[in-house]
Write a protein that binds this ligand. Sequence first.
Ligand code: ADP
Length: 421
Amino acid sequence: MGGSSMATQILSDKVEKLNRLVEVSVVINSTLELEPLLRFIMDAAAEITGAQVASILLVDTKTQELYFMAFASDSDSEHAKRLKRIPVPLTKSIAGAIVQENRAIMINDVTTDPRHYRVTDDKSGFLTHSLLGVPMRIKERVVGVLEAVNKLQGNWSEDDQHYLEILASQAAVAIENASLVAKLRSAYQDLSQIDKIKNDFISIASHELRTPLGVILGYASFLKDESQGEASEHAEAVLSSAMKMRQIIEDMVNLRYLKVGEGELDSEESLVSEIMIGALHEVQSTAKAKDLALQYRLPTNDAKIKVDRHKIGMAMTNILNNAIKFSPPNSQIMMGYEMRDHEIWIYVTDKGAGIPPEHLERIFETFFQVEDHMTRKHGGMGLGLSIAKAVVDAHRGRIWAVSAGENQGSTFYISLPLMKG
Ligand code: ADP
């Protein structure tokens, strides 16, 4: 009877310790905060091995010294703070021997062990009697030591060592995860820094380019009006090139909209016709230069949508500019919109170059152009549609193109949610 109750006691003891280990795994999987995690592991280590305290020492790869990283429960105590400042040499210390020999060391009386590094005790005022330490490994490399210090009753056991080894491997995973997260965070910060530099560069460069370009445009158009014959033709050439350049600069400035999020929209209630007519107005002179007929068709009852007028207007202008660019002279471009369930579908149809079916999706990618960059006869940077898509996406709308194929014309659609009520 006595024997069986003792067996039950041992068993329930084991179950309790295993439960504690499972708890540690759960905590490891639910947080990436290193300090509380290590503290939790160390509390578990002290408790399971029946030790006074537990601590983790990590190898500093530069100095090749060990330093205390964390301690059980009393980590805010004076002795813990003092410990944090005391480096432990890899040679001439028990923790160092654990690292170098890559194996557990169990000592029931440190006073008799010549490897014991007494400086730590002297400086911290903490007395080490007995010690059980195991290596912590990340991918076969020993990165530190998990130590249980001062067994409260009796001597260390094989079980203590076994549990401590499990906890050490969990602590190593936690440290590895934390360092990966730290690396990711810093890479992310680097990226946002680069992104900011890029955006600043674009806005400064485009601003600096716009001012002299305004002067060129002004004088060229003045010269064109004032001169005749060949001189007027030359002025015309300057003017048209300067206008192309202005378009490129606009594209550059609008690059920032490629990343527009829903939160950055300046939405207001608007009549669809107003935004549409605004966009048509913008491109009127370019269409006229190619003798294109720009037409529009509105439903009997104009719809209201809640959108960022400026950005949706820009998306429409980009589509219209493409229609103009890829249309043959004297042809017709039709813009309009239809009501569909809870949406409106805005369309722009041209009778131009058309789009091969395999490119219908890809044209919305940044810098994608159907024609080869080197041999293309149309200007542009391949940004207009990707900017339009980013803007439409931010409005929770959709954008797509339909075309029967090369030289069969194209229709571009933008769907936007209708206002409720
Ligand atoms: P860009 O016009 O500056 O080249 P976009 O992103 O606006 O850049 O368009 C990408 C590509 O999609 C164009 O280069 C062209 O190949 C194709 N495309 C866009 N609109 C039309 C259209 N209306 N007709 C034919 N092809 C078009």
